[in-house]
Each structure stands twice: as structure tokens, then as C-alpha cells.
Design a protein around this ligand. Structure first.
Ligand code: GDP
Ligand code: MG
Length: 687
């Protein structure tokens, strides 16, 4: 496989922009599928889970690979709903580029902005496809403006639409200065190149001039050529675009209407021409697992030591499937895989390339590949896998913390064990779904990113594991944080022989910190205890920090330091349980009257017709919303506000009735904030 001819791309955007529809067309035109899949008919290849087909939305990112003009395009179709953001985060992490689909009517929407912020963190090059140009109200110029204003990208059209709405009939290619039209009767398979219609010529010429100038400005040699010739030829423009896109200096904007089969082949051409191959991306950087201060770099060379990242685990009736991106070296059947986090070594049994739910066995996989390994027993999402002698640990994948939670109980007691097993599987699959168990009440607590997220988890439990469960009402997942830096000492004791007692003393310090997830630092702790304490205090179920602080909520934005562990008699190392007991008591003392309640805060974008604006704003005000700005988009008013999640349950019904069904909104979690004192008191009293 020629690496220069491989593209790893994701299709990303807000829900309903048309990501899955675009992907289905790509499968069709590349000859991978003989039938065109449709989301609204429940026949999309990429939305293959029953849960997805019934709801008409993507929940799990699906992978596929298609050939296009002597290249291989590996595609991840991702979900757009904010509740499934983990799927997007981990996909972005392993991609080399992205196609961002934008609705030609609504422009850039909230989730697209969120995704693009993540893409920026990974320096991911992207191009934009303005879809749904066939819909009434489609407006290419407005979509372009929203791209520039909302994402700050240097977005430059490389195409113009020919007409819009019902009149939309093709696109103008500004690089080659041609009109492209499709035979709609033949599923758009045939593409006709024609001269640009006279009435569009002036607009095309000025758009091309803007494109040439934008590209020339990204490179000195090109700028000189441009100044000398007052133009760039097609080859110079193409090469300039390729470089500028890869440097994220320019975002080319294309357009079409996926549902009507218009505009997909040129989009594939653009992916192949301008988005990077694995060779064009910077080498991956990590560190030595044994010595994190020592940097390790791996280039995409099949002969280099293997380095791969496990970015997704998916439950399958025949065992878990691990999705892997290979960065360097070659993955082979029978190979021993070492894990940067664990001591266990696992053997590669089979290697598969995925095509949505189907898989094809391959003997090996080189750099840039996205493959699936069945039956990995120990590795979990975010683990780095390498071969002996090529030790490396990559940065783990970052996932947001869940914001709502609900209790789950099996309908019949006999189902309890199966319910717990099902929840464990879902928890392992989805890093934003947390499951905790309360041994006393027999209840499980399920925490996730939103109501839809939890609902889908419960459905899957019923369908895939045949466990009927009753769920409590969803509640906000409050947390608590530390107010002041404080040190305290805790003791715990146990009887030894002859009436002698062993006493463990732990000095504990709590410090306010930035990150939501609590941190742990071990000071002068008896050496043998360090690994045990780390494991016991880490975030896996039931740790000290998850159990809760002074107010009974999981701790956040704080650091716990175990400064000193002492034992009497001093010669006898205390067992870990004793140290944990002493630490827990010390922590209680350090936290007493020293914490505040935190609540999840959401970024709200609501789009409402002008006549309902004042009513919607007044209502938001009563929900403790802080309005950030108001935008005018045609006859719509876009409200941008920060609002506590607590006040937004059932908002969809409220907004619908307030706007006669014409208002829409999105809520994206942006972090935690301290709950105002009066409200905090009410919450703690259960009001
Ligand atoms: P996703 O959530 O981004 O994956 O969006 P889907 O591909 O599931 O599409 C959402 C809805 O928009 C579906 O009902 C599609 O049939 C429809 N849709 C997708 N592309 C177009 C388009 O180009 N024009 C029109 N009119 N509808 C489209
Ligand atoms: Mg989709």
C-alpha cells in the first residue's frame, strides 16, 4: 500500500447536516455499495445499529474504506448529537483530515463549532461541504459568512452553486473554470463538464480571483508568481491549495445536495487532492512509559517498531472489538502487543478492516490503517499498544465528564447480575458513560452526557442483553469542590497479637485545582504502598474521590495529596486497607465545611422566529440564563446563552409550545460552576 495514496478522513458536523447521507453517496460512487442507502428509510449502511436505524440518527462512529482514483479513502462517519460527543472526540484523535458538512439553510450550527474547536486542538486540516443546496432557503453566501464568523476559518469557495433551492442544478468548479452537472435520473453517476453559463460567468471570475489571491497569500513563491502573472495556472493553484489546506491556512468550500446526488464526486476529488496522507502529518509524539520525561517520536514507517492507539472498544456478541489506529510499524497476526498502561501482554489473533458492521480479515496492517482486533482482554480505550523494544506511550484521549445521572434497577431480581454485566459492558464501550453500584440498595447509578444518551444505553441493555430495567428520573450530576487549601491527619488502627494495636497515620492535604477530574499526588509514602494506593485512589469505581466529599457528591477541581504515611510500630508496614481507612478519615477532616456545590453549565443556542423572541428571553431569564449575544439570521433570532443544566430539563417541550413548534436549540456542556448559595441550600435540602 502506497501511503501517499491513503486518506483517513472523518465526516463531522451538527446533527442532521447530512453527514451520513454524504457518506452513503461516497460508498455508492466509489462502487463499495451497489444500492444507495437512505437515513430516512432506515437503510443507511453506516447507521447499521438497530438503535440508529429506528431513530434516523448516528450514535456510533462507523468506519469504512473506499477506493477513489487510485487512492484509498478511509472514512469515519460520526454522530452529530452532543450526547454522543465521545465518538467524535476519539474519531478526531485518529484522523488525518475532516470533511465538515454544513447545512445550506442553517449555516454553521453549535455542534459544528464544538467539533471544530476539537479539530483545532489536533491541528486537523479540513474542508467544508455546504450541503442541502436544494432546500428552500438555501443560501451559499450566508453559509460562507457563518463559516467565517463562527469558526474564524479562512474559508474560500472553490465552487459556486448553479442556482439554489428548487433551481439548484450543479456547481461551478473555480479551479478548472467549468460547470459540472449531473444526470439525476441515473443516481447522479454521470457527471457532465460544460462551459460556465453566461449569466454566472462574472460571479465565477471574481470568485476565482479571490481564490487565487487567497492561495497566493499563503506562500511567498506563489505570491511572486501571482504578482508577475496576475494569475496562477491550474497546477500552481492545485499545489498551493494542497499545501495551504494541510497547514490549515485555507479551508476550501464546496457545495452540493447529497440527497439529490449532487456534488459528491468533486468532494471525493477534493479529499484526495488536498487533504493530507499519513505521510503529510507530523510524526506522533509520546514518551517512554518507564520514564515520562523522555520523549519518543514515531514516523509512519512500516519497518519501524509498531505503535498503535486503541481509540474505541465496541461490544459484539462474540466478544469485544478493539478499534486501532496504527501510527508506525506493522501489525501482524500472532504478534505480542505490549500496553503502556499495563503489564499484561496480549496476542493479536485476527486483524479486520471494517466496513460498517461487516469486516474483512487481513493478515497485517501498516501505518495509517484503522483496523479492528477481536478479543483484546485487557486493553481499553485510550491505551497505547506497541511491540517489545519499541516502548511508547501516547497522550490518552480526553473525554468530558458526564453531566446527568439516573438510577437503574432490574425489573426482576433474577436479572440483577445480568444488568450489572450489561452496564459494565456499556461503561467499557463508552468513556462518557459512567456506572457506579451501591451494594446496599442494590441500585446502579448511570451517568452520561444527556437524556438521549442514557435512554439509548437503557434501550441497548434491553435489546442486546435482554435485561428489562426501570430507570429513575434523570438528575443533574452535581459535584463538589474544595474552597481552601487545608491539611489534616487521619488515623486508623487494627489489633495485632498480644493486645498490641497497629496505628496508621496519614497526613492529607486538599488543594483547589483547575481540572474537573480530581488529581492525586503521593508524597513521602512508604514505597511499597505507592502502586496500591494509586490503584485504590484512582478513578475506577468506588474510589475515595468518586464516593463523594462533605456534601455527598463526587469531588472535582481539586487535588488530593497524601503527604505522609506513618505507622506504629514503625517497623511494620501497614496493610493498604489500613492506610486507606486513615486517608479517608483525614480527607473527611480536610473537607469538613470546606466544599461548595458545583453544577454543569451549558452553552445554549436557540433559534426562534422574531415574534417569539421576547417571550423566550423572559423564560430563559427565569432559568438563570446569562445571555451572551443575539444574532440575526434572516427572520430568525439566534440566542446565545450560558445556562445551568438543572434549569433545562424538558426545555424542548417548553420551547416548542412557546414558539408553536418553530424554535430549535442545542445545549453543549461547557464545564462546572459553583452553585449560588441560596440555590445550593435548596438542592441540599432536596427542594
Ligand atoms: P447527519 O445527522 O448529519 O448524519 O444527517 P443525515 O445524513 O442523517 O441527514 C439528515 C436528514 O437530512 C435526512 O433526512 C436526509 O435525508 C436529509 N438530507 C441530507 N442531505 C440532504 C440534501 O442535500 N438535501 C435535502 N433536502 N435533504 C438532505
Ligand atoms: Mg449521521
Amino acid at each position: 500500500m502506497d501511503l501517499a495514496r491513503l486518506r483517513n478522513i472523518g465526516i463531522v458536523a451538527h446533527i442532521d447536516a447530512g453527514k451520513t447521507t454524504v457518506t452513503e453517496r461516497m460508498l455508492f460512487y466509489t462502487g463499495v455499495e451497489r444500492r444507495m442507502g437512505e437515513v430516512h428509510e432506515g437503510t443507511a449502511t453506516m447507521d447499521w445499529m438497530e438503535e440508529e436505524r429506528e431513530r434516523g440518527i448516528t450514535i456510533s462512529a462507523a468506519a469504512t474504506i473506499c477506493p477513489w482514483r487510485e487512492h484509498k479513502v478511509q472514512i469515519l462517519d460520526t454522530p452529530g448529537h452532543v450526547d454522543f460527543t465521545a465518538e467524535v472526540s476519539r474519531s478526531l484523535r485518529v484522523l488525518d483530515g475532516a470533511v465538515v458538512v454544513i447545512c445550506g439553510v442553517a449555516g454553521v450550527q453549535a455542534q459544528t463549532e464544538t467539533v471544530l474547536r476539537q479539530a483545532a486542538r489536533h491541528d486537523l486540516p479540513w474542508l467544508a461541504f455546504v450541503n442541502k443546496m436544494d432546500r428552500q432557503g438555501a443560501d451559499f453566501e450566508a453559509a460562507l459568512r457563518s463559516l467565517r464568523e463562527r469558526t474564524g476559518a479562512q474559508a474560500v469557495p472553490v465552487q459556486l452553486p448553479i442556482g439554489a433551492g428548487a433551481e439548484f442544478g450543479g456547481v461551478i468548479d473555480l479551479v478548472r473554470m467549468l460547470a459540472l452537472r449531473w444526470d439525476e435520473a441515473g443516481m447522479g453517476s454521470e457527471l457532465h463538464e460544460e462551459a460556465i453559463p453566461a449569466e454566472h460567468l462574472a460571479a465565477a471570475e471574481s470568485a476565482r480571483a479571490a481564490l487565487v489571491e487567497a492561495v497566493a497569500e499563503t506562500d511567498e513563491a506563489l505570491l511572486e508568481a501571482f504578482v508577475a502573472q496576475e494569475d496562477l495556472d491550474a497546477a500552481e493553484l492545485d499545489a498551493g491549495l494542497r499545501r495551504a489546506v494541510r497547514e490549515r491556512a485555507i479551508v476550501p468550500v464546496l457545495c452540493g445536495a447529497a440527497l439529490r446526488n449532487l456534488g459528491i464526486q468533486p468532494l471525493l476529488d477534493a479529499v484526495v487532492a488536498w487533504l493530507p496522507s499519513p505521510l503529510d502529518r507530523p510524526p506522533v509524539r509520546g514518551w517512554l512509559p518507564a520514564d515520562p520525561a523522555q520523549a519518543v517520536v514515531r514516523v509512519p514507517d512500516p519497518a519501524a517498531p509498531l505503535c498503535a492507539l486503541l481509540f474505541k472498544v465496541f461490544h459484539d456478541p462474540h466478544g469485544d472489538l478493539g478499534y486501532l489506529r496504527v501510527y508506525s510499524g506493522t501489525l501482524r497476526e500472532g504478534q505480542q502487543l505490549h500496553n503502556a498502561r499495563l503489564k499484561q501482554v496480549e496476542r493479536v489473533q485476527q486483524i479486520y478492516v471494517m466496513h460498517a458492521e461487516h469486516r474483512e480479515r487481513v493478515a497485517s496492517a501498516g501505518p495509517g490503517s484503522i483496523v479492528v482486533l477481536p478479543a483484546l482482554k485487557h486493553a481499553r480505550t485510550g491505551d497505547t499498544l506497541f511491540e517489545k523494544g519499541g516502548d511508547i506511550a501516547l497522550q490518552p484521549i480526553e473525554f468530558p465528564e458526564p453531566v446527568i445521572r439516573q438510577t437503574v434497577e432490574p425489573l426482576s431480581l433474577g436479572d440483577r447480575d445480568r444488568m450489572l454485566e450489561a452496564l459494565r459492558v456499556l461503561d467499557r464501550e463508552d468513556p462518557t458513560l459512567h456506572v457506579t453500584f451501591d451494594e446496599d440498595s442494590g441500585q446502579a447509578m448511570l451517568a452520561g452526557m444527556g437524556e438521549l444518551h442514557l435512554e439509548v444505553a437503557l434501550h441497548r441493555m434491553a435489546r442486546d442483553f435482554r435485561v428489562a430495567a426501570r430507570a429513575g428520573r434523570p438528575h443533574v450530576a452535581y459535584r463538589e469542590t474544595v474552597v481552601a487549601d487545608r491539611t489534616a491527619e487521619g488515623h486508623a488502627e487494627r489489633p495485632l497479637a498480644d493486645g498490641v494495636r497497629q496505628v496508621a497515620t496519614v497526613q492529607v492535604r486538599v488543594v483547589p485545582a483547575e481540572a474537573t477530574r480530581p488529581e492525586l499526588a503521593l508524597g513521602a509514602v512508604l514505597a511499597g504502598l505507592a502502586p496500591v494506593l494509586r490503584e485504590a485512589l484512582g478513578r475506577e469505581g468506588g474510589s475515595l474521590l468518586e464516593v463523594g466529599g462533605d456534601l455527598g457528591y463526587p469531588l472535582a477541581r481539586m487535588r488530593l495529596e497524601l503527604l505522609k504515611v506513618a505507622s506504629s510500630p514503625a517497623t511494620l508496614e501497614p496493610p493498604p486497607e489500613l492506610v486507606m481507612g486513615a486517608a479517608a478519615r483525614g480527607l473527611d477532616l480536610a473537607l469538613a465545611d470546606n466544599t461548595r456545590l458545583l453544577e454543569p453549565i451549558m452553552d445554549l443556542r436557540a433559534e426562534v422566529p422574531e415574534e417569539y423572541l421576547s417571550g423566550v428571553l423572559a423564560d430563559l431569564n427565569s432559568r438563570r440564563a446569562e445571555v451572551q449575544d443575539l444574532e440575526i439570521v434572516g427572520t430568525l433570532r439566534v440566542i446565545h446563552a450560558r445556562v445551568p443544566l438543572e434549569a433545562m430539563f424538558s426545555y424542548s417541550t417548553d420551547l416548542r409550545s412557546r414558539t408553536q413548534g418553530r424554535g430549535t436549540f442545542t445545549l453543549v456542556p461547557i464545564g462546572y460552576e459553583v452553585v449560588p448559595a441560596a440555590r445550593s441550600k435548596a438542592i441540599l435540602q432536596g427542594i
